[in-house]
Design a protein around this ligand. Structure first.
Ligand SMILES: Nc1nc2c(c(=O)[nH]1)N[C@H]1C(S)=C(S)[C@@H](COP(=O)(O)O)O[C@H]1N2
Ligand SMILES: [Mo]
Length: 536
């Protein structure tokens, strides 16, 4: 097949091909369009690395040491921005050459774009996480975008079609002058400007998307270290076989989420570290890898939100893995008088609790794992605090960036000046999971069941009352730990009619859950959970 000659696609009577200058500019712009397209696709697909960055890294790996040293001497470091700028320049020069070639043979120019695509693929397939088919598709689409852009620019690049073709608008007095640039050139400039803007936006958008997905990609690669203090799997007897009861360990998809973040912080652990500062002997800065390298522990901890209403679902139980907070604080050396530990999040959120909580034997963790997975992004990846026995708002800082030791009086966490109590020990609570409120159940034997929790005090007894009658002792599942909720069930001999079921728990210290009804503010709701059901 004869190569397409742009000269011949031009309107009749327009024999002159685009000049070298315009052809070169068209080619340079088309090359950038191709690069921008590949950047956008790299942003959209986590398994497509940036081809520009991949080629750049390949260059860095291959340059002779002398050049590297020179670059460091000139830029101070082997400057990435300078490298990218250099690559854009090289792309523009090569693109310009392809633009000139395209005037004679579009196919020749297309072959040139294909060579670029191959270079990009070759550089990118070596990257971890790269999907070869997706990378290849990206390179092909990017090269095609470049060729299409180039063709579009070149067919508009020449002298103007005559007035007879009707492209010029009537408001131009110059229409009468045959040599005056008209629609054709304006068309070219308009398309060129549009492509430049579009390429800029695509490249910027691609970069932003890439940054955001870096956290997800990094999380997918994490291998959690085995805990040196491993817990046995939860005993079977810790779960009751009752339909509709909250599972002993809350699956991540069902775990409640509470935070002030409008958009979830997506932290790339490679760009992250945890500092331990304030009243410490040796301020620390721990990278993610350093944190993972420390001895790990596991802990079953029920997390509760202070905003949880009686009977509410802002509570969940998980098996957390991480570095004991105590170990990190001992490494930093807490100064005497440092009575408060403040957790700071990358998003500026803060929470503080008494320092003694880290040393009194409970399993306070700098958690990196949840239910055997790296911490989910919504739950604080790469690291968060989990402190048994304290409501989340005073303790459970997600996306943790700093741990600061200070005095109790010197600092108030995020929610304290907003009207919530400075101290937030979890109150003893119990919840009826089944039967559900306002449900209808058949008369006869009905399993009334749910969960109860008591901070770090554990649960010793759960009782159910029907229609305000005497408290009946429920059967308890085996405890998983003192800091977790405990399942319970009571077999009810249900008689026809409308009935109200209420529950109360007694904690491991013998304290009976109060009946006094209080709203969550300022330090956690109290009162008995009750449900009304229809027995038929
Ligand atoms: N960075 C940050 N961490 C935070 C919060 C927040 O708003 N921002 N909310 C806290 C509150 S009030 C609770 S109850 C727990 C909830 O943790 P979860 O979303 O993993 O269930 O996170 C705590 N950690
Ligand atoms: Mo909360």
């Amino acid at each position: 097949m004869a190569p397409e000659r742009l000269v011949e696609t031009r309107p009749p009577g327009d024999a002159a091909p685009p000049g070298r200058g315009r052809a070169g500019a068209s080619g340079a712009l088309a090359a950038w369009v191709a690069l921008a397209t590949s950047e956008l696709l790299a942003g959209l697909f986590p398994s497509v690395p940036s081809l520009v960055v991949a080629v750049g890294s390949g260059v860095i790996d291959r340059v002779p040491p002398l050049v590297k040293d020179l670059a460091i001497a000139v830029f101070g470091t082997f400057d990435k921005a300078a490298l990218v700028a250099g690559m854009l320049l090289v792309a523009a020069v090569c693109g310009a050459a392809l633009g000139v070639i395209a005037v004679r043979s579009l196919a020749g120019a297309a072959a040139g774009f294909a060579v670029f695509a191959l270079v990009g693929v070759a550089a990118a397939v070596g990257e971890r996480q790269a999907s070869i088919p997706l990378v290849a598709a990206t390179a092909v689409i990017a090269a095609a975008a470049g060729v299409v852009a180039l063709r579009g620019l070149l067919v508009r690049g020449g002298p103007e079609p005559g007035p007879a073709t009707g492209t010029a608008s009537g408001d131009e007095a110059a229409d009468a002058e045959p040599m005056t640039p008209r629609g054709g050139r304006r068309d070219f400039l308009r398309l060129a400007a549009g492509l430049a803007l579009g390429a800029g936006a695509a490249a910027a958008g691609g970069r932003i998307l890439t940054q955001r997905s870096a956290a997800a990609v990094a999380r997918a690669r994490v291998r959690l270290p085995a805990a040196s203090a491993r817990l046995p799997p939860p005993p079977a007897a810790a779960s009751l076989p009752v339909d509709g009861i909250s599972p002993l360990v809350t699956p991540i998809e069902r775990f409640y989420r509470i935070d002030t973040a409008l958009s979830v912080p997506r932290v790339d652990p490679a760009q992250w570290d945890l500092s331990v500062t304030g009243m410490v002997e040796r301020p620390l800065r721990l990278s993610y890898d350093e944190l993972l390298a420390m001895p790990h522990a596991e802990a079953d901890v029920t997390l509760v939100c202070v905003s949880n209403e009686v009977g509410g679902d802002l509570v969940g139980n998980a098996r957390w893995t991480g570095v004991p907070l105590r170990a990190v604080l001992e490494r930093a050396g807490v100064q005497p008088g440092a009575t408060q530990v403040v957790g700071r999040s990358v998003d500026g959120w803060t929470a503080g609790f008494p320092t003694e909580v880290a040393f009194d034997g409970r399993d306070a963790l700098i958690a990196v794992g949840m239910n055997g997975e790296p911490l989910p992004i919504r739950h604080g990846f790469p690291a968060r605090l989990v402190v048994p026995g304290l409501y989340g708002y005073v303790s459970a800082t997600k996306w943790l960036s700093a741990i600061e030791l200070t005095t109790w009086g010197a600092f108030d966490g995020y929610w304290v000046p907003r009207g919530w109590a400075k101290e937030g020990p979890i109150k003893t609570q119990s919840r009826i999971d089944v039967p559900r409120r306002a449900s209808t159940v058949p008369a006869g034997r009905v399993a009334v069941a749910g969960v109860a929790w008591g901070g770090i005090r554990g649960i010793d007894r759960v009782e159910v009352s029907v229609d305000g009658g005497s408290w009946q002792r429920a059967r308890l599942a085996e405890p998983l730990g003192a800091a977790t909720w405990r399942q319970w069930v009571w077999d009810w001999d249900a008689e026809r009619g409308r009935h109200e079921l209420a529950v109360r728990a007694t904690d491991g210290e013998g304290a009976v859950q109060t009946a006094e009804r209080r709203r969550p503010a300022p330090d956690g709701a109290t009162g008995h959970h009750a449900v009304t059901v229809e027995v038929v």
